[in-house]
Design a protein around this ligand. Structure first.
Ligand code: C5P
Length: 397
Protein backbone atom coordinates (compact mmCIF):
# COMPACT_ATOMS: atom_id res chain seq x y z
CA UNK A 1 0.00 0.00 0.00
CA UNK A 2 2.56 2.54 -1.10
CA UNK A 3 -0.01 5.16 -2.17
CA UNK A 4 -2.26 4.92 0.87
CA UNK A 5 -4.35 8.05 1.32
CA UNK A 6 -3.16 9.68 -1.92
CA UNK A 7 -5.94 11.27 -3.93
CA UNK A 8 -5.28 10.90 -7.61
CA UNK A 9 -7.31 12.19 -10.54
CA UNK A 10 -6.71 9.98 -13.55
CA UNK A 11 -7.50 11.70 -16.83
CA UNK A 12 -8.10 9.39 -19.78
CA UNK A 13 -7.96 10.79 -23.31
CA UNK A 14 -8.83 9.30 -26.68
CA UNK A 15 -6.39 6.64 -27.81
CA UNK A 16 -6.27 2.88 -28.05
CA UNK A 17 -4.06 2.78 -24.94
CA UNK A 18 -7.16 3.91 -23.00
CA UNK A 19 -7.88 0.22 -22.38
CA UNK A 20 -4.65 0.02 -20.37
CA UNK A 21 -5.87 2.87 -18.16
CA UNK A 22 -8.42 0.42 -16.75
CA UNK A 23 -5.58 -1.72 -15.40
CA UNK A 24 -3.88 1.43 -14.15
CA UNK A 25 -6.94 2.30 -12.04
CA UNK A 26 -6.90 -1.20 -10.57
CA UNK A 27 -3.17 -1.08 -9.73
CA UNK A 28 -3.38 2.41 -8.21
CA UNK A 29 -6.30 1.24 -6.08
CA UNK A 30 -4.31 -1.81 -5.01
CA UNK A 31 -1.59 0.51 -3.72
CA UNK A 32 -4.19 2.30 -1.60
CA UNK A 33 -4.74 5.37 -3.81
CA UNK A 34 -8.16 7.00 -3.99
CA UNK A 35 -8.70 7.33 -7.75
CA UNK A 36 -11.18 9.66 -9.45
CA UNK A 37 -11.44 9.17 -13.21
CA UNK A 38 -12.23 11.95 -15.68
CA UNK A 39 -12.51 11.14 -19.39
CA UNK A 40 -12.47 13.22 -22.53
CA UNK A 41 -15.21 12.63 -25.06
CA UNK A 42 -12.64 10.90 -27.31
CA UNK A 43 -11.75 8.40 -24.59
CA UNK A 44 -15.34 7.19 -24.37
CA UNK A 45 -15.03 5.87 -27.94
CA UNK A 46 -12.40 3.38 -26.70
CA UNK A 47 -13.56 2.41 -23.21
CA UNK A 48 -16.84 3.11 -21.47
CA UNK A 49 -17.19 5.17 -18.32
CA UNK A 50 -18.85 2.13 -16.72
CA UNK A 51 -15.55 0.22 -16.80
CA UNK A 52 -13.78 2.99 -14.92
CA UNK A 53 -16.68 3.47 -12.52
CA UNK A 54 -16.62 -0.23 -11.64
CA UNK A 55 -12.85 -0.26 -11.10
CA UNK A 56 -12.58 3.02 -9.18
CA UNK A 57 -15.85 2.61 -7.29
CA UNK A 58 -16.77 6.18 -8.20
CA UNK A 59 -18.83 7.89 -10.88
CA UNK A 60 -16.67 9.11 -13.76
CA UNK A 61 -16.65 12.78 -14.78
CA UNK A 62 -17.09 13.46 -18.46
CA UNK A 63 -18.16 17.04 -19.00
CA UNK A 64 -17.90 20.46 -17.56
CA UNK A 65 -21.63 20.81 -17.09
CA UNK A 66 -21.99 17.78 -14.83
CA UNK A 67 -24.93 18.49 -12.58
CA UNK A 68 -23.51 16.37 -9.73
CA UNK A 69 -21.33 19.25 -8.52
CA UNK A 70 -23.61 21.50 -6.48
CA UNK A 71 -21.62 24.61 -7.42
CA UNK A 72 -21.30 23.56 -11.10
CA UNK A 73 -17.51 23.84 -10.78
CA UNK A 74 -16.31 20.30 -11.36
CA UNK A 75 -13.00 21.55 -12.77
CA UNK A 76 -12.14 23.43 -9.57
CA UNK A 77 -13.52 20.95 -7.06
CA UNK A 78 -11.95 17.85 -8.62
CA UNK A 79 -8.51 19.38 -8.98
CA UNK A 80 -8.56 20.91 -5.47
CA UNK A 81 -9.32 17.52 -3.98
CA UNK A 82 -6.33 15.90 -5.70
CA UNK A 83 -2.72 15.34 -4.62
CA UNK A 84 -1.81 14.56 -8.22
CA UNK A 85 -3.37 14.52 -11.68
CA UNK A 86 -2.14 11.86 -14.11
CA UNK A 87 -3.27 11.83 -17.71
CA UNK A 88 -2.79 8.36 -19.22
CA UNK A 89 -2.99 7.95 -22.09
CA UNK A 90 -2.29 11.55 -23.09
CA UNK A 91 -3.09 11.99 -26.80
CA UNK A 92 -1.20 14.35 -29.13
CA UNK A 93 -4.29 16.55 -29.25
CA UNK A 94 -4.57 16.71 -25.47
CA UNK A 95 -0.88 17.58 -25.05
CA UNK A 96 -1.31 20.33 -27.67
CA UNK A 97 -4.33 21.73 -25.88
CA UNK A 98 -2.77 21.84 -22.42
CA UNK A 99 0.56 23.16 -23.76
CA UNK A 100 -1.46 26.15 -24.96
CA UNK A 101 -3.54 26.55 -21.82
CA UNK A 102 -6.79 25.65 -23.52
CA UNK A 103 -9.82 24.86 -21.41
CA UNK A 104 -12.25 23.44 -23.94
CA UNK A 105 -13.38 20.36 -22.02
CA UNK A 106 -13.55 19.26 -18.39
CA UNK A 107 -10.16 17.52 -18.26
CA UNK A 108 -8.25 20.37 -19.94
CA UNK A 109 -10.01 22.90 -17.70
CA UNK A 110 -9.17 20.85 -14.63
CA UNK A 111 -5.51 20.69 -15.70
CA UNK A 112 -5.45 24.45 -16.22
CA UNK A 113 -7.16 25.13 -12.87
CA UNK A 114 -5.05 22.66 -10.88
CA UNK A 115 -2.95 23.53 -7.86
CA UNK A 116 -1.31 20.09 -7.73
CA UNK A 117 1.40 18.44 -9.87
CA UNK A 118 0.61 16.89 -13.24
CA UNK A 119 2.09 13.77 -14.86
CA UNK A 120 1.28 12.77 -18.43
CA UNK A 121 1.90 9.45 -20.18
CA UNK A 122 1.85 10.21 -23.92
CA UNK A 123 0.53 7.58 -26.33
CA UNK A 124 0.32 8.07 -30.07
CA UNK A 125 1.57 6.94 -33.45
CA UNK A 126 5.35 7.36 -33.83
CA UNK A 127 5.04 10.00 -36.57
CA UNK A 128 2.67 12.02 -34.42
CA UNK A 129 5.18 11.76 -31.53
CA UNK A 130 8.06 12.84 -33.77
CA UNK A 131 6.15 15.65 -35.43
CA UNK A 132 7.80 19.01 -34.67
CA UNK A 133 4.49 20.32 -33.33
CA UNK A 134 4.33 17.54 -30.72
CA UNK A 135 8.02 18.00 -29.92
CA UNK A 136 7.37 21.71 -29.26
CA UNK A 137 4.33 20.98 -27.11
CA UNK A 138 6.09 18.35 -25.01
CA UNK A 139 9.16 20.58 -24.56
CA UNK A 140 6.87 23.40 -23.42
CA UNK A 141 5.08 21.13 -20.94
CA UNK A 142 8.43 19.98 -19.50
CA UNK A 143 9.46 23.61 -19.05
CA UNK A 144 6.11 24.23 -17.34
CA UNK A 145 7.00 21.53 -14.80
CA UNK A 146 4.76 18.77 -16.14
CA UNK A 147 6.24 15.28 -15.60
CA UNK A 148 6.42 13.36 -18.89
CA UNK A 149 6.32 9.57 -18.41
CA UNK A 150 7.68 7.78 -21.47
CA UNK A 151 6.58 7.04 -24.09
CA UNK A 152 8.14 3.63 -24.73
CA UNK A 153 9.27 2.32 -28.08
CA UNK A 154 7.95 -0.79 -29.72
CA UNK A 155 5.14 -2.22 -31.75
CA UNK A 156 2.18 0.13 -32.08
CA UNK A 157 -1.52 -0.58 -32.42
CA UNK A 158 -1.38 0.80 -35.99
CA UNK A 159 1.21 -1.86 -36.90
CA UNK A 160 4.15 0.54 -37.07
CA UNK A 161 7.20 0.27 -34.81
CA UNK A 162 8.71 3.24 -32.98
CA UNK A 163 8.41 5.63 -30.04
CA UNK A 164 4.90 6.47 -28.90
CA UNK A 165 3.65 3.48 -26.91
CA UNK A 166 2.19 4.36 -23.54
CA UNK A 167 4.27 3.04 -20.63
CA UNK A 168 2.85 -0.12 -19.12
CA UNK A 169 0.47 0.46 -16.18
CA UNK A 170 3.02 -1.12 -13.77
CA UNK A 171 5.65 1.37 -14.94
CA UNK A 172 3.27 4.29 -14.46
CA UNK A 173 2.48 3.11 -10.92
CA UNK A 174 6.23 2.92 -10.19
CA UNK A 175 6.62 6.49 -11.46
CA UNK A 176 3.75 7.63 -9.23
CA UNK A 177 5.26 5.91 -6.17
CA UNK A 178 8.60 7.53 -7.02
CA UNK A 179 6.88 10.89 -7.36
CA UNK A 180 5.51 10.70 -3.80
CA UNK A 181 8.60 9.15 -2.18
CA UNK A 182 10.43 11.59 0.16
CA UNK A 183 13.71 12.55 -1.53
CA UNK A 184 15.87 11.61 1.46
CA UNK A 185 18.87 10.64 -0.71
CA UNK A 186 18.68 13.58 -3.14
CA UNK A 187 22.10 14.48 -4.50
CA UNK A 188 23.77 11.26 -3.24
CA UNK A 189 25.59 8.82 -5.52
CA UNK A 190 24.86 5.25 -4.57
CA UNK A 191 26.80 2.24 -5.81
CA UNK A 192 25.55 -1.23 -4.99
CA UNK A 193 25.79 -4.91 -5.82
CA UNK A 194 22.97 -7.45 -6.12
CA UNK A 195 22.25 -10.99 -7.23
CA UNK A 196 24.62 -13.96 -7.16
CA UNK A 197 27.98 -14.34 -8.86
CA UNK A 198 28.79 -17.21 -11.20
CA UNK A 199 32.21 -18.82 -11.03
CA UNK A 200 32.91 -20.89 -14.12
CA UNK A 201 34.16 -24.48 -13.89
CA UNK A 202 34.04 -24.84 -17.68
CA UNK A 203 32.07 -22.96 -20.38
CA UNK A 204 28.73 -24.46 -19.26
CA UNK A 205 29.15 -25.25 -15.58
CA UNK A 206 29.86 -23.19 -12.55
CA UNK A 207 29.53 -22.48 -8.85
CA UNK A 208 26.99 -19.96 -7.70
CA UNK A 209 25.02 -18.81 -4.68
CA UNK A 210 21.24 -18.94 -4.49
CA UNK A 211 20.06 -15.34 -4.83
CA UNK A 212 17.08 -14.08 -6.78
CA UNK A 213 18.37 -10.49 -6.64
CA UNK A 214 14.94 -9.27 -5.53
CA UNK A 215 16.06 -7.66 -2.27
CA UNK A 216 18.93 -5.85 -4.00
CA UNK A 217 16.77 -4.68 -6.88
CA UNK A 218 14.15 -3.42 -4.40
CA UNK A 219 16.88 -1.43 -2.61
CA UNK A 220 18.08 0.02 -5.94
CA UNK A 221 14.52 1.05 -6.83
CA UNK A 222 13.81 2.57 -3.41
CA UNK A 223 17.10 4.52 -3.43
CA UNK A 224 16.41 5.85 -6.93
CA UNK A 225 12.92 6.86 -5.87
CA UNK A 226 14.45 8.60 -2.84
CA UNK A 227 16.45 10.79 -5.22
CA UNK A 228 19.82 8.95 -5.31
CA UNK A 229 21.80 8.47 -8.51
CA UNK A 230 22.03 4.68 -8.47
CA UNK A 231 24.52 2.34 -10.17
CA UNK A 232 23.65 -1.31 -9.69
CA UNK A 233 26.38 -3.87 -10.35
CA UNK A 234 24.36 -7.02 -10.84
CA UNK A 235 25.21 -10.68 -11.10
CA UNK A 236 23.07 -12.93 -13.35
CA UNK A 237 19.37 -12.58 -12.39
CA UNK A 238 16.11 -12.67 -14.30
CA UNK A 239 14.98 -9.18 -13.33
CA UNK A 240 14.54 -5.99 -15.35
CA UNK A 241 16.63 -2.99 -14.28
CA UNK A 242 14.52 -0.58 -12.19
CA UNK A 243 13.61 2.64 -14.02
CA UNK A 244 16.26 5.33 -13.80
CA UNK A 245 18.92 2.96 -12.40
CA UNK A 246 22.18 2.40 -14.28
CA UNK A 247 22.82 -1.35 -14.36
CA UNK A 248 26.23 -2.93 -14.97
CA UNK A 249 25.87 -6.65 -15.65
CA UNK A 250 28.62 -8.98 -14.42
CA UNK A 251 29.10 -12.73 -14.03
CA UNK A 252 31.96 -13.55 -11.67
CA UNK A 253 33.09 -12.12 -8.34
CA UNK A 254 36.22 -10.81 -10.06
CA UNK A 255 34.07 -8.97 -12.65
CA UNK A 256 31.91 -7.58 -9.84
CA UNK A 257 34.99 -6.53 -7.88
CA UNK A 258 36.46 -4.71 -10.92
CA UNK A 259 33.16 -2.96 -11.73
CA UNK A 260 32.76 -1.80 -8.12
CA UNK A 261 36.36 -0.70 -7.53
CA UNK A 262 36.31 1.36 -10.74
CA UNK A 263 33.38 3.36 -9.37
CA UNK A 264 33.75 3.28 -5.58
CA UNK A 265 35.79 6.46 -5.14
CA UNK A 266 32.99 8.58 -6.61
CA UNK A 267 30.20 7.00 -4.57
CA UNK A 268 28.73 8.54 -1.41
CA UNK A 269 27.13 5.25 -0.39
CA UNK A 270 28.01 1.63 -1.15
CA UNK A 271 25.58 -1.19 -0.39
CA UNK A 272 26.71 -4.79 -0.86
CA UNK A 273 23.61 -6.91 -1.30
CA UNK A 274 25.13 -9.45 -3.68
CA UNK A 275 25.66 -13.04 -2.57
CA UNK A 276 29.26 -13.12 -3.77
CA UNK A 277 30.79 -16.58 -4.08
CA UNK A 278 33.53 -16.94 -1.50
CA UNK A 279 35.69 -19.02 -3.85
CA UNK A 280 36.33 -19.24 -7.57
CA UNK A 281 37.76 -22.08 -9.64
CA UNK A 282 41.50 -21.64 -10.18
CA UNK A 283 41.68 -24.29 -12.89
CA UNK A 284 38.56 -23.46 -14.94
CA UNK A 285 38.59 -25.46 -18.18
CA UNK A 286 38.57 -23.70 -21.54
CA UNK A 287 36.46 -26.47 -23.08
CA UNK A 288 33.53 -28.44 -21.73
CA UNK A 289 34.67 -31.19 -19.36
CA UNK A 290 33.76 -34.67 -20.61
CA UNK A 291 32.47 -37.37 -18.31
CA UNK A 292 34.42 -40.09 -20.02
CA UNK A 293 37.81 -38.35 -20.03
CA UNK A 294 39.13 -40.36 -17.09
CA UNK A 295 38.16 -39.87 -13.44
CA UNK A 296 36.49 -37.10 -11.50
CA UNK A 297 38.00 -33.74 -12.49
CA UNK A 298 39.74 -31.99 -9.59
CA UNK A 299 38.40 -28.51 -8.89
CA UNK A 300 40.86 -26.17 -7.22
CA UNK A 301 39.34 -23.24 -5.38
CA UNK A 302 40.90 -19.88 -4.56
CA UNK A 303 39.42 -17.16 -2.42
CA UNK A 304 37.58 -14.24 -4.02
CA UNK A 305 38.23 -10.68 -2.88
CA UNK A 306 35.85 -9.35 -0.25
CA UNK A 307 34.37 -6.44 -2.21
CA UNK A 308 32.57 -4.82 0.69
CA UNK A 309 35.59 -5.00 3.02
CA UNK A 310 37.80 -3.49 0.31
CA UNK A 311 35.42 -0.61 -0.32
CA UNK A 312 35.10 -0.05 3.43
CA UNK A 313 38.90 0.16 3.69
CA UNK A 314 39.17 2.96 1.11
CA UNK A 315 40.42 6.27 2.46
CA UNK A 316 37.53 8.79 2.27
CA UNK A 317 35.43 6.01 0.76
CA UNK A 318 31.64 5.80 0.69
CA UNK A 319 29.34 5.09 3.62
CA UNK A 320 29.19 1.28 3.55
CA UNK A 321 26.22 -0.97 4.18
CA UNK A 322 26.38 -4.75 4.17
CA UNK A 323 23.92 -7.61 4.15
CA UNK A 324 24.19 -10.79 6.15
CA UNK A 325 22.08 -13.79 5.22
CA UNK A 326 22.36 -16.39 7.94
CA UNK A 327 20.63 -19.64 8.74
CA UNK A 328 21.07 -19.22 12.52
CA UNK A 329 22.53 -16.89 15.24
CA UNK A 330 21.67 -13.84 13.14
CA UNK A 331 22.62 -11.16 15.65
CA UNK A 332 25.97 -12.65 16.67
CA UNK A 333 27.07 -13.40 13.08
CA UNK A 334 25.86 -10.08 11.69
CA UNK A 335 27.53 -8.02 14.40
CA UNK A 336 30.79 -9.94 14.00
CA UNK A 337 30.67 -9.32 10.23
CA UNK A 338 29.99 -5.63 10.77
CA UNK A 339 33.03 -5.26 13.01
CA UNK A 340 35.30 -7.42 10.85
CA UNK A 341 34.47 -5.52 7.66
CA UNK A 342 34.45 -2.25 9.61
CA UNK A 343 31.12 -0.97 8.28
CA UNK A 344 28.60 1.27 10.06
CA UNK A 345 25.45 -0.64 9.09
CA UNK A 346 24.51 -4.20 8.26
CA UNK A 347 21.09 -5.59 7.37
CA UNK A 348 20.64 -9.15 8.55
CA UNK A 349 18.06 -11.70 7.55
CA UNK A 350 17.48 -15.35 8.21
CA UNK A 351 17.64 -17.31 4.97
CA UNK A 352 14.42 -19.16 5.79
CA UNK A 353 12.53 -15.81 6.02
CA UNK A 354 13.18 -14.33 2.61
CA UNK A 355 14.76 -16.56 0.02
CA UNK A 356 13.37 -16.09 -3.47
CA UNK A 357 10.05 -14.68 -2.27
CA UNK A 358 8.51 -11.21 -2.26
CA UNK A 359 8.52 -10.83 1.51
CA UNK A 360 11.37 -10.73 3.98
CA UNK A 361 12.26 -9.97 7.57
CA UNK A 362 15.24 -7.67 8.21
CA UNK A 363 17.11 -6.62 11.31
CA UNK A 364 19.37 -3.58 11.07
CA UNK A 365 22.55 -3.49 13.17
CA UNK A 366 24.48 -0.26 13.65
CA UNK A 367 26.46 1.55 16.36
CA UNK A 368 23.23 2.44 18.16
CA UNK A 369 22.19 -1.20 18.44
CA UNK A 370 19.62 -3.54 16.92
CA UNK A 371 16.59 -2.35 14.92
CA UNK A 372 14.22 -5.18 13.94
CA UNK A 373 11.87 -4.26 11.07
CA UNK A 374 8.44 -5.85 10.90
CA UNK A 375 8.08 -8.61 8.25
CA UNK A 376 7.01 -6.93 5.00
CA UNK A 377 7.34 -7.00 1.22
CA UNK A 378 10.91 -6.42 0.07
CA UNK A 379 9.88 -3.08 -1.50
CA UNK A 380 8.72 -1.78 1.90
CA UNK A 381 11.82 -3.06 3.72
CA UNK A 382 14.00 -1.48 1.04
CA UNK A 383 12.34 1.89 1.65
CA UNK A 384 12.85 1.54 5.41
CA UNK A 385 16.51 0.66 4.88
CA UNK A 386 16.94 3.70 2.63
CA UNK A 387 15.35 5.92 5.29
CA UNK A 388 17.65 4.46 7.97
CA UNK A 389 20.72 5.11 5.78
CA UNK A 390 19.53 8.68 5.13
CA UNK A 391 19.14 9.27 8.88
CA UNK A 392 22.63 7.94 9.65
CA UNK A 393 24.08 10.10 6.85
CA UNK A 394 22.29 13.22 8.07
CA UNK A 395 23.72 12.53 11.52
CA UNK A 396 27.20 12.44 9.93
CA UNK A 397 26.85 15.58 7.74
O1 C5P B 1 31.32 -12.28 4.39
P1 C5P B 1 29.90 -12.48 4.02
O2 C5P B 1 29.73 -13.01 2.63
O3 C5P B 1 29.08 -13.24 4.96
O4 C5P B 1 29.32 -10.98 4.07
C1 C5P B 1 28.18 -10.58 3.42
C2 C5P B 1 28.31 -9.15 2.98
O5 C5P B 1 29.58 -8.93 2.36
C3 C5P B 1 27.30 -8.79 1.92
O6 C5P B 1 27.03 -7.43 2.05
C4 C5P B 1 28.04 -9.11 0.64
O7 C5P B 1 27.53 -8.41 -0.47
C5 C5P B 1 29.45 -8.69 0.97
N1 C5P B 1 30.50 -9.47 0.29
C6 C5P B 1 31.30 -8.88 -0.66
N2 C5P B 1 32.30 -9.63 -1.27
C7 C5P B 1 32.52 -10.90 -0.93
C8 C5P B 1 31.71 -11.51 0.05
C9 C5P B 1 30.72 -10.76 0.63
O8 C5P B 1 31.10 -7.72 -0.99
N3 C5P B 1 33.47 -11.58 -1.52
Amino acid sequence: MELKGKRIVLGVTGGIAAYKAAELVRLLGKQGADVQVAMTEGATHFVTATTFQALSGKPVYLDQWDARMPNAMAHIDLSRQADLIIVAPASADFLARIAHGMADDLLATMVLARDCPLLVAPAMNRQMWENPATRRNVAQLAVDGVGILGPASGEQACGEVGAGRMLEPEEIVEAVIAFFAPKVLAGRKLLMTAGPTFEAIDPVRGITNLSSGRMGYAVARAAQQAGAEVTLVSGPVGLAAPQGVERVKVQSALDMHAAVMARAAEADIFIGVAAVADYRVANAAEHKLKKDSGGIPPIELVENPDILAEVAALKDGPFCVGFAAESQNLEAYAQTKRRKKNIPLIAGNLIQDGFGGDDNRLVLFDDAGTHPLAPAPKSVLARQLVEHIAQLLTGKD
